[in-house]
Structure formats: C-alpha cells, structure tokens
Ligand binder design. Structure first.
Ligand SMILES: Cc1cc2nc3c(=O)[nH]c(=O)nc-3n(C[C@H](O)[C@H](O)[C@H](O)COP(=O)(O)O)c2cc1C
Length: 191
C-alpha cells in the first residue's frame, strides 16, 4: 500500500493549516489506493538546522533529526499543506525540509496551498525546493483562499468544487508514488 504523509506546513498558534490538513485527510481517507497520515511539524520540535554535517551526507547526530528522518523515510509520497508567508512557504517548513536529504529523494509530492490568493506563490517556491531534493511534483494542486474557503478567514470550509481539485491532485500523486517506489527499489543513488 502506498503511504502518503499530509504535512502541516505551519506551526503558528491559531494556524489555519491544521483545519486544512484535517479536511484533506477526511477526503483522502475515503480512498482505497493509499494510506494517509497527518504529519505535524509541531510534534518534532525541530530547532533551526543544527546538524554539523550537511544532510546529504546522512550522518545525523541529534535525536530530533533521527526521529524526523525516520518519520519522513516511512512514506512514499507527501501532500504539503502549505500557507503562504511573504510570497513563500513558512520558515518552519523550509527548515524541516532542509534537515533531511535521502529520505525525500525519489518520492512524489502534491500541494494544498492556502492564503489570501490560494498559497499559489508559496507552492511555486516549494516546487523548486523539492526539485532539488529529487522529488517528483504533480501538476494539479489545491488553492484555498482565505475569503472563499474559510469562515471568518480562520475556519477551513473549502468550497464544494475544492474536493474535486483535491481528488484530481491525488489521482496524479498516487500513481507517481507507485512509480517512484519502483525506482527506489532499483537502488538509484539519491544525489
Ligand atoms: C508572516 C505572514 C506572512 C503572510 N504573507 C502572505 C503573503 O505573502 N501572501 C498571502 O496570500 N498571504 C499571506 N499571509 C496570510 C497567510 O497565508 C494566512 O494567514 C494563512 O492562514 C497562514 O497560515 P497558518 O494560519 O496556517 O499559519 C501571511 C501570513 C503571515 C502570518
């Protein structure tokens, strides 16, 4: 079974990201072609990157890095639920991505962005970052806007058509996750 992480890309108190991730999980869990799990950056309490060796060397010293690496390594694909902060992703999400290297490689990713204009600029940045890590990014994405898809800009209530957008994205993501799994089993180097 393909395993997909739904990564909450915000750690802010009162964040909208948690409600968005729950909406994604509720709809995704109805599928029978993959298993979905919410991964919350808050649970890993990562400091600013504090590993002495570059993550590409794979020589982690700290227990928090090892715990994060073990969790991320356990998935075949990722749905990044990302806010837009100053036209990009949150610092917390970028830091969490930068902590690891091989654990991300030859996997697949899709996006659920949210913000004043659907988190679209954040997702564009994230596509570039993940490309560097050898993650295959699908083209369909969900873009939730604070005015239309949240009550009072703070409670996730995506408009009905957004479920279809999510399905379209997952329909691309899961086959790619399967394809990349075969690549990993051929022991292609990560970098
Ligand atoms: C530091 C900060 C910067 C933001 N910058 C943008 C932005 O550039 N574009 C945008 O559309 N929304 C922006 N917003 C609005 C956020 O996308 C929106 O508040 C979203 O709910 C934040 O995600 P979170 O609640 O899960 O932390 C910003 C919010 C914060 C806190």
């Amino acid at each position: 079974m393909i395993k997909v992480a739904i990564v909450i890309g915000s750690t802010r108190p009162g964040r909208n990201g948690e409600g968005v991730a729950r909406w994604v999980h509720d709809l995704a869990a109805r599928r029978d072609d993959a298993a979905f799990e919410i991964v919350d950056l808050r649970d890993y309490d990562l400091p600013h990157l504090d590993e002495p060796m570059p993550p590409a060397m794979g020589q982690y010293e700290h227990p928090h890095t090892m715990a994060w690496a073990e969790k991320i390594a356990s998935f075949d694909a990722y749905v990044f639920v990302t806010p837009e902060y100053n036209r990009s992703i949150s610092g917390a999400l970028k830091n969490a991505i930068d902590f690891l290297h091989a654990e991300w490689a030859n996997k697949a990713a899709g996006f659920v962005g949210y913000g004043s204009v659907g988190g679209t600029r954040a997702v564009e940045h994230l596509r570039l970052v993940l490309g560097e890590l050898q993650i295959a990014v699908v083209s369909s994405q969900v873009a939730l806007t604070l005015a239309a898809d949240f009550e009072h800009f703070s409670v996730a209530r995506p408009a009905s058509h957004q479920a279809g957008r999510l399905t379209a994205m997952l329909d691309q993501l899961i086959p790619w996750a399967g394809a990349m799994k075969a690549l990993r089993s051929d022991a292609v180097p990560a970098s």
